[in-house]
Design a protein around this ligand. Structure first.
Ligand code: DMJ
Length: 728
């Protein structure tokens, strides 16, 4: 082929920007929109495929000569002589020089006889198959690495966490109570998200002994269920501490056997005075939300208030668990009692279901732990311990950075199907809960696993003045997709938990504090700007050096976190920033027609008469009943006592009532915060509306600084209060 190209006469060649190409040919004028066909080589390849044999000969002769002149005729004769029978494939430029009749030559000639369409289809199919093969090999390599690269320590932990060895286990052989959590009946498999994103535990986990001994578990099931049926309901209402030894509860005997809480509840709870008028407004809103949940979604994950039904995410009564401590705090005795009964009788974690480690930790583990602390009821601690153990397989990765998902029934943990990355915010915002679980149960592994993650991230390179990228790989333990920095989704609570862990631990872990303070400086240096015309301070995003004036509503947790830091002695300039950002978050609500913030706002940075400070793109106009603005208002009010923050919160509650309340019960997220006539309910009440949003509003409207005091408790990222550890 190269030789034949050289055979083209110099006048047939012209220079192009991309090298030599054949001169335009009468029959091969460049075609519009297909510049790649202009090159001589490609032209030969594509054109020859569609002509009949005689035409092909003529064609080939033209390629060697020009037009119908003597040169053309001579070429045609030469070629005919070489191919006396037109039914035989004639030699082509590409096949000339190769031995005739060789497999290669025959294949080549066959190929050239195909039409362009046929060739393109074949090439496309081949390309697709190669791509599939490549992707499959990548995934297989990842899994292989994950399996072969597990350090001995991780393997050891796995055995402890997943007691699936065929030999029966004695209870005493498992001092830290990891035994038998899987020895119960497999149940219906709930999965998160749309079907194509679902991740199934493989059928081949038998090597790990995780699914093989199903029979053994079936046998154990009867026993476990019997035990659960023997539970009796004892309500300890608001502050009454039940000594575990004295408690009449018998939930999950096995788990209870290891429950010897080192610290009991009640330190964070002090009985409040009567509710203020605004607090009564929150109670009324909660009861309305609860009415919908009770009627249409009882025991299910989320209420769909418009269609009067429910949706499942984990199939674990998510809203009910998330709301337990809210009911306690709001003084809703009957509702709490009924929910407690459901937990006692119906909450069973032995389910073949994938849960997201982060979401289930902050909502379920956090909710159970805080409810234990408020009520002193050991049922909640035993459930928390059982659930915590079931999450532990998530940490069995080569890097010890946990997988995003874990099946709480089988113990199979994994990344999402499309990547081996986890989200930085997710792996770095489970520490408060696991640390507290260790403290209460004495089982050190919970704390060790999450602190390993914190230490690892602390030592990683790839940060920008304390700011972290959004993804981290579970195999390598390195940040991935570097160079993108945000305080919004996928990074937000990493920063929040640096501060809150430091507070939880009694302000002794100075590395956490250093990382937090450094990150705030990083935010100031790289992400802060002011909008026009009102000069609102906002936190944007940075992507490979390019600034984007985009701020998620999620970022509105930041003013509250900054204020909390100042309450605990951090620099006063953090408070200046907290106030400025609080004003911005309020404006993100107030400038919308419904008075409710969009999911994402864009800030106008240039003075233009017709532009407002906050702009919203059509895809970002929804409001999911999120708590971040009112969460920060709560902290700002606690720290400053400036009543304007209460007023702002009250306005937001009125807006929720006006635009998101569903008459038959419940509140719904909406599609369009900019249309007060048609906000379009999305038919979903997220569990955090009752777990966080209404709780923070209730606390905001209290003037009692001792009601869940910032000096005795720290709220996890789902608003579940946990105690600050007293100095040892
Ligand atoms: C909650 O689950 C938590 O607050 C989490 O940190 C962020 N997302 C939601 C609320 O918006």
């Amino acid at each position: 082929m190269v030789a034949e190209r050289v055979a083209l006469r110099p006048e047939q060649l012209e220079r192009t920007g991309r090298g030599l190409r054949a001169q335009s040919h009468p029959r091969s004028r460049p075609r519009q929109g297909r510049p790649f066909l202009r090159t001589g080589v490609l032209r030969f390849t594509f054109r020859r495929a569609r002509v009949k044999p005689e035409l092909a000969l003529r064609d080939r002769a033209q390629d060697f000569g020009k037009g119908d002149g003597p040169q053309f005729k001579a070429n045609l004769t030469t070629i005919r002589n070489k191919s006396p029978n037109c039914s035989e494939p004639a030699p082509t430029r590409e096949s000339a020089g190769r031995p005739q009749g060789s497999v290669c030559a025959r294949f080549s000639d066959k190929w050239k006889q195909l039409s362009r369409l046929q060739r393109n289809v074949i090439l496309f199919v081949l390309g697709f198959l190669i791509l599939c093969g490549f992707l499959y090999s990548l995934q297989a390599a990842d899994q292989w690495k994950a399996l072969s690269g597990r350090p001995a320590e991780v393997e050891k932990m796995k055995l402890e966490v997943l007691p699936a060895l065929p030999a029966p286990k004695k209870e005493s052989a498992e001092p830290e109570g990891f035994a038998d959590i899987l020895s119960q009946k497999r149940q219906r498999h709930f999965r998160r998200g749309p079907p194509h994103l679902q991740i199934r535990p493989p059928n081949t986990v038998s090597k790990d002994g995780m699914q093989d001994d199903a029979k053994q578990r079936e046998a154990a099931l009867g026993k476990a269920q019997q035990e659960e049926n023997t539970q009796r309901t004892v309500i300890s209402w608001r502050g009454a501490v039940i000594e575990p030894e004295q408690a009449t509860e018998l939930p999950y005997k096995r788990a209870e056997a290891s429950i010897k809480p080192l610290f009991l509840a009640s330190k964070i709870w002090k009985e409040p005075g009567p509710p203020t008028e605004r607090q009564k407004g929150v109670i009324e809103a909660f009861l309305h939300a609860w009415k919908g949940y009770q009627k249409f979604a009882w025991g299910h994950d989320e209420l769909k208030p418009v269609s009067k039904t429910f949706s499942e995410w984990f199939g674990l009564g998510l809203t009910l668990i998330d709301a337990l401590d809210t009911m306690w705090i709001l003084g809703l005795k009957q509702e709490f009692k009924q929910a407690r009964k459901w937990v006692s009788e119906n909450l069973d974690f032995q389910k073949n279901v994938d849960v997201n480690l982060f979401e289930s930790t902050i909502r379920i583990l956090g909710g159970l732990l805080s409810t234990y602390h408020l009520s002193g009821d050991s049922l909640f601690l035993s459930k928390a311990e059982d659930f915590g153990k079931r999450l532990m397989p998530a940490f069995t990765t080569p890097s010890k950075i946990p997988y995003s998902d874990v099946n709480i029934g089988t113990g199979f943990a994994h990344s999402p199907q499309w990547t081996s990355d986890s989200t930085v915010a997710e792996v770095a915002s489970i520490q408060l809960e696991f640390r507290e679980l260790s403290r209460l149960t004495g089982i050190k592994k919970f704390q060790e696993a999450v602190e390993e993650v914190t230490k690892h991230i602390h030592s990683l390179s790839g940060k920008k003045d304390g700011l972290v990228p959004m993804f981290i790989n579970t195999n390598s333990g390195l940040f991935t997709h570097p160079g993108v920095f945000t305080l919004g989704a996928r990074a937000d609570s990493y920063y929040e938990y640096l501060l809150k862990q430091w507070i939880q631990g009694g302000k002794k872990e100075t590395q956490l504090l250093e990382d937090y303070v450094k990150a705030i400086e990083g935010i100031k240096a790289h992400l802060l700007r002011q909008s026009q015309p009102r000069k609102l301070t906002f936190v944007g995003e940075l992507s490979h050096g390019r600034f984007s004036a985009k701020m998620d509503h999620l970022v509105c947790f930041l003013p509250g976190t900054l204020a909390l830091g100042v309450h605990h002695g951090l620099p006063a300039d953090h408070m200046d920033l907290a106030r400025a950002l609080m004003e911005t978050c309020y404006q993100m609500n107030q400038q919308m027609e419904t008075g409710l913030s969009p999911e994402i706002a864009h800030f106008n940075m240039y003075p233009r008469a017709d532009h407002k400070d906050v702009e919203v793109k059509p895809a970002d106009r929804h409001n999911l009943l999120r708590p971040e603005t009112v969460e920060s208002l709560f902290y700002l009010y606690r720290v400053t006592r400036d009543r304007k923050y209460q007023d702002w919160g009250w306005e937001i509650l009125q807006s929720f009532n006006k635009y998101t309340r569903v008459p038959s019960g419940g509140y719904s997220s909406i599609n369009n915060v900019q249309d007060s006539h048609k906000p379009e309910p999305r038919d979903k009440m997220e569990s955090f509306f009752v777990g966080e949003t209404l709780k923070y509003l209730y606390l905001l409207f209290s003037d009692d600084l001792e009601l869940l005091s910032l000096d005795t408790c720290v709220f996890n990222t789902e608003a579940h209060p946990l105690p600050i550890w007293a100095p040892a």
